[in-house]
Design a protein around this ligand. Structure first.
Ligand code: FES
Length: 195
């Protein structure tokens, strides 16, 4: 099995701790692979990357890439190509709360810059940085598919929509104080109906 240039993957994906699939994920891998024809198991690369990321504190190390490569008999460089294409895959360690701010046109026109500035101010975390206490990582991403409710952000697996400076500040404060946040629209909008 070819893995491409041996040093190439380490140029853009960080090394981590040794990675071994959990028993639960080994079973899950077999279930996922069974959904594809025998000669098309490589099509399962995205769900396996997602499994690896979840098992590895929400980021993909070179060791994770190697584990997915082995599980699918797929060259490492091909796995890395997929991992580096999608912003849902994190290629270096991230904080406990990964804040993704949508900066694409619909959200931008509705004020995403103010949301970004508020988040930077309240978390004291710059873009593409992680706070020293590991509580926050902040990144900017392209459209997350909730344009009608922009501006919006994603924190870990949850969307927060219809944001303004005040409700964004409150969301950050609640996280710092370990209080729950209301997910979805912050203004009471139902789904993507007109407000
Ligand atoms: S432009 Fe922000 S969710 Fe689509």
């Amino acid at each position: 099995m070819s893995s491409g240039h041996p040093g190439l993957i380490n140029d853009f994906i960080e090394k981590g701790e040794p990675f071994h699939w959990s028993d639960k994920n080994l079973k899950e891998i077999e279930i996922i692979k069974s959904k594809y024809p025998e000669d098309r198991h490589q099509s399962a690369v995205m769900p396996l990357l997602y499994l690896a990321q979840n098992q590895n504190n929400n980021w993909l190390s070179t060791e994770c890439i190697e584990a997915v490569s082995k599980a699918l008999a797929m060259p490492k460089i091909r796995v890395a190509e997929v991992a580096t294409f999608y912003s849902m895959f994190n290629l270096k360690p991230v904080g406990k709360n990964l804040i993704q701010v949508c900066r694409t046109s619909p959200c931008m026109l509705r004020g995403s810059k103010k949301i970004t500035d508020t988040i930077i101010k309240e978390t004291k975390c710059g873009i593409n940085q992680t706070t020293d206490d590991g509580l926050f990582t902040v990144v900017e991403v392209e459209c997350l598919g909730a344009c009608s409710n922009g501006p919006m952000i994603q924190i870990n697996n949850d969307f927060y929509e219809d944001l303004n400076e005040e409700n964004t500040k409150k969301i950050i404060e609640n996280i710092k104080e370990n209080k729950p946040n209301k997910v979805g629209s912050q203004t009471g909008r139902v789904s993507s109906e007109n407000a």
